[in-house]
Design a protein around this ligand. Sequence first.
Ligand code: UDP
Ligand code: MN
Length: 522
Amino acid sequence: MRRFAYCKVVLATSLVWVMLDMFILLYFSECNKCDDKRERGLPGRDVLRPREGPGEGGKPVVISKENQEKMKEMFKINQFNLMASEMIAFNRTLPDVRLEGCKNKLYPDDLPRTSVVIVFHNEAWSTLLRTVRSVIDRSPKSLLEEVVLVDDASERDFLKRPLEQYVRRMEVPVRVVRMEQRSGLIRARLKGASLSTGQVITFLDAHCECTIGWLEPLLARIKLDRKTVVCPIIDVISDDTFEYMAGSDMTYGGFNWKLNFRWYPVPQREMDRRKGDRTLPVRTPTMAGGLFSIDRDYFKEIGTYDAGMDIWGGENLEISFRIWQCGGTLEIVTCSHVGHVFRKATPYTFPGGTGQIINKNNRRLAEVWMDQFKNFFYIISPGVTKVDYGDITSRSSLRQKLQCKPFSWYLENVYPDSQIPRHYYSLGEVFSYTANKEIRTDDLCLDVSKLSGPVMMLKCHHLKGNQLWEYDPMKLTLIHVNSNQCLDKASEEDSQVPSVRDCTHTRSQQWLLRNVTLPEIF
Ligand code: UDP
Ligand code: MN
């Protein structure tokens, strides 16, 4: 909009002059980016004419037949198509994937400045530098304080002095700091945060690409309320082709019983709250973790991260629960789009074992934040209770100090569509019996679709119907309401899955649900 006003003034003098003006302006401003030309051999003037070259415009890169073998070899290094990545310019053009309503939104002039903190372990040169380049090229200079690169003890020479020398030439201060030993993304981010100076800290993974207008809407939310933590929509950069694909504004973050982060459809209540305006930020129960902005003082106030968490995992749910339970707000700002290379496998080692580390981190977050609901996690993850989770006293006292709300409050108010039922009567070896009278494990419900039929685990539909069970705590029967038949254990002879049968009140139809506290719930 401001550019419009500028045009109008000049238009009064002469249209030709405006054209010339614009040309010179664009030519010179784009030439700031020419330092990438040498590596890529590509012109930097993408605004004047569409550029050609691998991956330009976010297009997929096609690798020729004769290079397929080499491509597959290289893929293993980072678990993405490194050959394709190396063919793409650091400053490649990307489509403007924003909703139309986002493109002409106005933001205050005095937005807070941000430091961008990027942690990496053995990242590829091309993805790391493309991340940095896209941050610098697509952020208003006035809003970008610095970029802080935190090397989590990488073992690649090019990430040492060559990286320091390369980033010295950039137009924005780019600092490289090193972890003394492999610490994981949590403690690496803590280090980056502690050294950064911007009023806002923006965390990005080391294989991202920011699109036009990504930063302003994030900072605007924090300016409005410093306790709002904001994530962009995370677009998908294909790990196979590096094609840029817009993410959806209709999904938000949740998690399942295993404490895996998952995307779920934005529920109707959240659409209604925004009166159907998809350009307004979505309140999200959890964040994916890699990409978000937070006011730096607020980050400190709510206890940064749990430094007792190692390598990777759990920290995204931990900070999500903490933000909500301790009085903050977590949003996906749908006008902000940043791409991320999603990988199917992890390329690096987890010293101590992947499962061990993730379980430890998850136990820490479950023990501190989830109250009795931690049992859903424990029941579905056999063996997890044997994992040592270390000392959590400082995190528990943080929760006390901040007077954070219980997890049941979070489930009720922030995440009522959670896979974890807010009300449940019983939590047994395998299943829970919920207040909605489902017999349920994670997002699957016990379902019977024909008389005397077998029972199956199908996606919970919450419509009662074939998934509605009535427990009788006296007779110990579970009655399938639709068929009025009883859940019957498979007998040894037919060694089949359990089924429903006419109620006979025999042993095979008795189910002892532990901790059934029906009267209390009613
Ligand atoms: N990372 C790190 N140290 C580690 C593990 C990961 O610095 O021990 C960095 C990694 O280079 C990346 C970020 O943390 O920039 C997130 O890791 P990753 O991309 O593997 O996670 P994903 O996106 O797959 O969840
Ligand atoms: Mn990543």
